[in-house]
Design a protein around this ligand. Structure first.
Ligand code: UDP
Ligand code: GLC
Length: 394
């Protein structure tokens, strides 16, 4: 059994009985991080999902016990700013909180991995559930959350959360700026294993480029769900400045933004772009795809709370160019472990891409320093230690 010391106390690692809950079963970054945590605690823990989907099968394949408590679309689409519609969900939320409180009886605490799951968990504490930990994956700013939504989330956290784990300092700062109590928070970054990246061979990466018919062209990859704030359009605009550049767009629309998808597909169909843009949809072979690229690009137009793809780009030993805001500033030292450009500035992005496709020495330096930074700071085992520390007082 793994053991670690925190002050005077010795804690048996990964032995806490945790009831993890999430409202969604699609594979976003928050859910991939849940997959790692729940897998580490699988022997004595369980996951409750409010919808069925691919996350359930991924958890079960990893040996995690999962229960799906399906809820109505009304609850899944709940917005605190939704007025009467939101009020009408209260009876269902209350009954759901009762079910969660019953399920939670034999666990040490509830771990809410999404804002909706946290609202239900907060209500469950009124029904005698064990304490609640909220893992906050979002930057609570006006751009993403209405004022009422932020007020409700922060008030519930201040009143009912035993702990608010935040996925970056930037996320923690925004929580406090929105009125959240600083002393509730602890930073727990996402953690990664480097093996899936280390074991991709040059031959496999080359083979993939050939399959994609981009054998010798400069190639960048953008790995993200299709969403306005993830900024796929910024890369498309940057590509107009770089006529030889090809790009992989990896990811699917996860949370319903079909209008944006039509907009970017339309932009990409322009004659100067259409042969250079490769839409791959959602993929499971991220390490190989990243290794097939010359550089990894992150284009969020809003501060990224953490940005898993940035660390993954570094682990793939590819120069990683990210939008300079939010958690990205904690992952990249500009010019050392990656490159940064002002959010939303396509011309600046094109210049950074130009730098890496024309300067081998710079590429090697960024790849090496980025890889070491990712391994030193975001190694999964070390992040699990910081998680243990974050929950040690509960
Ligand atoms: N991802 C994936 N397949 C895809 C596109 C993305 O597995 O086709 C993964 C990606 O490797 C990363 C996660 O989805 O681990 C996205 O997390 P990130 O924190 O970058 O952004 P989020 O979508 O959570 O805001
Ligand atoms: C959320 C954030 C993303 C972060 C992920 C995992 O999906 O948008 O930035 O990396 O959670 O914490």
């Amino acid at each position: 059994m793994l053991k670690t010391n925190f002050g005077d106390r010795t804690i048996n690692m990964h032995q806490r009985k945790i009831l993890f809950i999430d409202h969604t079963a699609v594979l976003g970054g928050a859910e991939l991080s849940l997959l790692d945590l729940a897998t580490a605690y699988r022997q004595r823990s369980q996951v409750i999902l409010f919808a069925d989907g691919v996350l359930r099968s991924r958890l079960e394949s990893a040996g995690v016990k999962v229960k799906v408590i399906e809820v109505s679309e009304k609850v899944l689409e709940l917005r605190a700013s939704g007025g009467l519609k939101a009020l009408k969900t209260i009876p269902e939320l209350w009954s759901l909180a009762g079910k969660v409180a019953v399920e939670a009886k034999e666990f040490d605490f509830i771990f809410a991995n999404s804002q909706k799951a946290f609202i239900v968990a907060a209500l469950a504490t009124l029904r005698n559930s064990p304490p609640v930990v909220w893992y906050l994956h979002d930057i609570l700013t006006a751009k993403h959350f209405s004022a009422i939504n932020r007020r409700i989330a922060v008030s519930l956290a201040n009143r009912f959360a035993a702990k608010v784990l935040v996925n970056s300092q930037a996320t923690g700062k925004a929580f406090v700026a929105a009125g959240g109590k600083q002393d509730l928070t602890s930073v727990v970054y996402n953690g990664f294993n480097s093996e899936p990246f280390d074991c991709v061979t040059d031959g496999e990466a080359r083979q993939l480029r050939e399959t994609l018919e981009v054998a010798d062209a400069p190639l960048v990859g953008l790995f993200s769900r299709l969403s306005y704030w993830k900024g796929q359009h910024i890369l498309l605009l940057a590509m107009k400045e770089l006529p030889a550049l090809h790009a992989l767009f990896v990811g699917d629309v996860l949370f319903g933004e079909e209008e944006y998808v039509s907009y970017i597909k339309n932009l990409a169909s322009e004659p100067e772009l259409k042969h250079r843009v490769h839409w791959l949809g959602f993929r499971d072979d991220i390490p190989t795809l990243m290794k097939a690229c010359d550089a990894i690009v992150h284009t969020s137009t809003e501060p990224e709370p953490f940005g898993r793809v940035i660390v993954e780009g570094q682990l793939a030993q590819r120069p990683t160019i990210a939008s300079a805001a939010g958690g990205a500033l904690e992952l990249i030292e500009d010019g050392v472990s990656g490159l940064l450009f002002p959010p939303g500035d396509a011309i600046a992005l094109s210049k950074e891409i130009q730098k890496v496709i024309s300067d081998r020495t710079l590429v090697d330096k960024l790849a090496e320093r980025g890889y070491h930074s990712a391994k030193a700071n975001f190694n999964l085992a070390a992040i699990l230690d910081s998680f243990e520390q974050g929950i040690s007082e509960i």
